[in-house]
Ligand binder design. Structure first.
Ligand SMILES: [Zn+2]
Length: 234
């Protein structure tokens, strides 16, 4: 069994979209200051953190894109949605800023020699992180799903899909439509993943990535992990 970390780091000023709060992480306590009690010297290190729920590798809760008062918040989502069988499609040949079509997804599924099943988590490897991380283009120049390709995923009955980019669709209309498809077809997605190249070509595997229990949360950072070679997922 092998565990592969699919999560990106959360760090001070890490890239975030302008319509989300910035990530601020600073020292709160350091070992430079200490307390003493009856001759025992003690110090702690801890940090202050402030950032939006949609920071780093994170999941969107339905309430993020669904104005229905009954839409689930992240603390209401079933834990089973974050412990699923998974597959990864290779779309790394797609140009940055291009659209992922239904034909692209069909060809990638065939090339992977797998079949997407109901309740799967589907990772979409677009080689976006390696091509852009550390540059301003990371936030803008990713390939993206369209309404039709998101519907194709939804029709498979998947639990969610995951991408490396900060949005699943190209900025603007495509991205709005992909989110609305998730709302209307009852699935969701993760954004900000890494290391998807390491699960390409691995067939079926286990996905584990639990969100924080944020009351009423519209999303949450997750520690996304692929478990390879676990019998129950094969
Ligand atoms: Zn989203």
């Amino acid at each position: 069994m092998q565990l592969i970390d699919l999560s990106g780091e959360i760090f001070h000023k890490c890239p975030t979209l302008a319509n989300h709060p910035p990530a601020v992480i600073t020292d709160w306590n350091t070992h430079d200051t200490y307390r003493e009690a009856e001759g025992v010297r003690f110090s702690i290190a801890s940090k202050f953190m402030s950032f939006g729920e949609h920071t780093g590798s994170h999941v969107d809760a339905p309430v993020h894109f669904d104005a229905d008062p009954n839409a689930l918040s992240v603390d209401q989502m079933p834990l089973e949605d974050f412990y699923t069988d998974a597959v990864c499609l290779d779309l790394s040949h797609k140009e940055l800023k291009s659209r992922i079509t239904v034909e692209d997804l069909e060809a990638a599924e065939k090339a992977a020699g797998i079949e997407i099943r109901p309740r799967d988590t589907v990772f979409l490897y677009m080689a976006h992180y390696d091509r852009t991380f550390g540059t301003p283009e990371f936030l803008t120049d990713f390939p993206g799903l369209t309404k039709e390709s998101a519907e194709w995923l939804g029709a498979k009955g998947i639990v969610m899909f995951g991408v490396e980019a900060v949005s699943p669709g190209r900025p603007g209309k495509d991205n709005f439509e992909v989110h609305l498809v998730c709302r209307d077809m009852g699935f969701t997605h993760m954004e900000g993943l890494t290391n998807l190249d390491k699960v390409v070509g691995k067939g079926r595997f286990r996905f584990i990535g639990f969100p924080l229990k944020i009351r009423g949360g519209t999303g949450s950072p997750i520690r996304a992990v692929a478990v390879l070679g676990e019998n129950s997922a094969e």
